[in-house]
Design a protein around this ligand. Structure first.
Ligand code: GLC
Length: 626
């Protein structure tokens, strides 16, 4: 189905169409939404460890070097788009982002001394400030095709672009729910558009999904918690009355109540926060960030995540299938993917929340949780040769505060594949940790996002990339990147997936290869100064993606076949490829998504304060940091 179809229907009834319904928009937020982003303070923090005053308004990244060097009523807004930049197809490639680069990274652009001839020309045009022509790289045919397809996937609501459908395959008649805009799927699309200077679609997406957050949805008379973001939404054209004389468009969210398994999408709100920060960093739209509804949206998501329960761990307790892997795959409990996104969203929110009496308790809770979460993951999820050997020799049934084997893990759980697989150098974060249970599978998204957000120590981050390099034939092979490794087979597959025919061994979520993960791999590589590794993976993908019609996923141990039930023209495959390319060519832009190591967090762990628990936090976590 075409992404434009709802609008097409609406157009057919154009004369009768009422103004679009904008449900739940308070008059205050409508007024605020009309505030021109052009009046916003240009921004970009390059402060690795912002200090957190106990009270007072704080928007640490709302001050950019640009705004500091040129302020006052006459100072031009630094984020005015370069004229024509959106229509120039070359604008997406290296060096063609003078506006972003110069505004966001003024230090990395020292004024170059032009050669003599140019110098004279420049002097002759003294009054005319001419930007040096940026180097231009010709886009490849694959990139041009990817942009065409990405644009085809754009959907509009009330005449404005608001997102991209999950897949836009003209040959496929069975759309299932792939004609919806998924929150997680839209992230790479958003990044591609943002890096190209097309920010409107992202702004619209952020604001419209925010409106959906408050909708009441129920499954069998039960409503999910306030603050939950939908997994996806669809634009429906509905008749205004029984006579079908007029139509209007409505946004219809799905919180999982129509999805397979009826699982709440825990990752959606986390992605929304991460994307909001990226958008604000790149555009300087501080007016949007300061809006009451946006601040409330962040707070609602976090309140839901930070609410008290019965859990003993700082990690988030969720059901199976509540993230990218949205079917039963044995990842209930405390899956790494959710923890890495949770940590990242907490870090992003801490930068974005306006500090006042209403938010200061929340900010305190965020800081406490960040400390405990980073310690817990660094200490207990990390495995390498040494740690596995330790587990192999664990004693069990230890009752005390200083137990070495805190979660009563039976060494027999170490799977036989891991004994041979774990390299001498490097390591990774395991997929899940529960009482008496370690899920030793390698999950790519969680590990990559843990690097990007600095949930791992720098040393662990290096270790993960070196493991991926060492295990290239298992994790990349013919298509980057395995969603998880290894696949579950036989009884394990039968029991854990419930005999799911889509998740058979080495297919789909069960060891399939997902090209969309390429952008997160690229991001992690850039953060760790290893772009060559990303370049290698992108080259592998570029060989096949276009010829294979941009599949959703690949099957088999080495990713040789297009997935059994894979969609073609999957939008996040297309956008992930473009985003990877653009990040590689503008590596500075990676910082709109990454967080730096915050050593202060390690000081704040609650365990430090307890005299009873000796083997904990500060020293242990810092020892990893080396
Ligand atoms: C599949 C994926 C999910 C994705 C959706 C739409 O269900 O598991 O992560 O959001 O397809 O592409």
């Amino acid at each position: 189905m075409s992404g434009q179809t709802p609008m097409g229907l609406a157009a057919a009834a154009a004369a009768a169409v009422r103004p679009c319904r904008r449900r739940l928009l308070s008059s205050a937020s409508v007024a605020a939404s009309k505030a021109a982003p052009g009046t916003a303070t240009p921004l970009f923090p390059r402060l690795p460890h912002p200090h957190h005053p106990p009270c007072g308004r704080r928007l640490p990244f709302l001050v950019s070097a640009a705004s500091q060097s040129q302020t006052g009523p006459d100072a031009p807004p630094a984020h005015v788009p370069v004229p024509g930049s959106t229509s120039d197809p070359r604008a997406a490639v290296s060096g063609n982002l003078p506006f972003f680069d110069r505004v966001l990274f003024p230090d990395s652009f020292p004024l170059e001394t032009p050669p003599a001839k140019e110098h004279e020309d420049a002097a002759a045009q003294a009054d005319e400030v001419v930007e040096p022509a940026p180097p231009v790289r010709e886009e490849s045919e694959t990139e041009r095709e990817a942009w065409r397809l990405l644009r085809r996937a754009v959907v509009s609501y009330c005449g404005e672009p608001v997102g991209t459908v999950a897949a836009e395959d003209p040959e496929c008649t069975e759309t299932l729910n792939y004609d919806q805009v998924f929150i997680r799927d839209f992230v790479p699309s958003a990044l591609a558009f943002l890096m190209r200077g097309e920010t409107e679609i992202v702004r619209n997406f952020l604001l419209h999904t925010l409106q959906l957050q408050s909708w009441e949805k129920t499954v069998d008379c039960y409503s999910p918690g306030q603050g939950l973001m939908p997994a996806s939404f669809k634009i429906r054209t509905v008749p205004l009355d029984e006579n079908n004389e007029g139509f209007e468009e409505v946004l219809d969210p799905d919180f999982g109540e129509a999805a397979i398994g009826r699982v709440a999408p825990v990752d959606s709100g986390l992605w929304w926060i991460i994307l909001l920060r990226a958008y604000c960093k790149i555009t300087g739209d501080s007016a949007l960030l300061e809006r009451v509804d946006v601040q409330t949206g962040i707070q609602l998501i976090l309140s839901l995540c930070l609410s008290d329960g019965f859990d003993m761990f700082p990690t988030l307790l969720v059901t199976d299938g509540s993230c990218m892997i949205d079917r039963r795959m044995g990842i209930h409990g405390h899956p790494l993917e959710i923890q890495a996104l949770f940590y990242s969203a907490l870090r992003c929110s801490r930068e974005m929340l306006v500090v006042n009496d209403g938010s200061k308790n929340l900010i305190r809770a965020i800081n406490n949780r960040l400390s405990a979460l980073s310690f817990h993951i660094r200490e207990y999820y990390w495995v390498d040769m040494k740690k596995i050997n330790e587990i192999y020799r664990y004693k069990t049934e230890e009752y005390s505060h200083d137990a070495t084997n805190k979660f009563n893990i039976y060494p027999e759980q170490i799977p036989s594949w891991l004994v041979d697989w774990i390299p001498e150098e490097g390591g990774y974060l395991i997929g899940n940790l529960q009482p008496a249970h370690m899920d030793f599978r390698f999950f790519s998204l969680g590990n990559l996002w843990a690097i990007a957000s600095s949930l791992t120590t720098p040393k662990q981050a290096e270790g993960i990339l070196s493991l991926i390099e060492e295990k290239w034939d298992d994790l990349v092979a013919n298509m980057p990147l395995k969603i998880c490794y290894p696949a579950m087979e036989d009884d394990e597959w039968r029991i854990i997936t419930g005999s799911d025919p889509k998740n058979t061994p080495w297919s789909y979520h069960n060891g399939g290869s997902w090209p969309t993960l390429l952008w997160q791999f690229t991001l992690a590589c850039i953060k760790m100064g290893r772009p060559e590794l990303a370049r290698r993976a992108i080259a592998v993908a570029e060989e096949r993606l276009s010829d294979d019609k941009w599949p959703e996923y690949y099957d088999t141990r080495s990713g040789r076949f297009i997935g059994k039930q894979s969609r073609s023209y999957q939008t996040w495959t297309i956008a992930g490829f473009l985003t990877s390319k653009m990040l590689l060519e503008n590596p500075e832009l990676a910082s709109i998504l990454t967080c730096d190591e915050d050593l202060e967090l390690l000081e704040g762990c609650a365990c430090c304060l307890s005299k009873k628990r000796t083997r904990c936090s500060r020293r242990a976590a810092k020892s990893h940091a080396g």
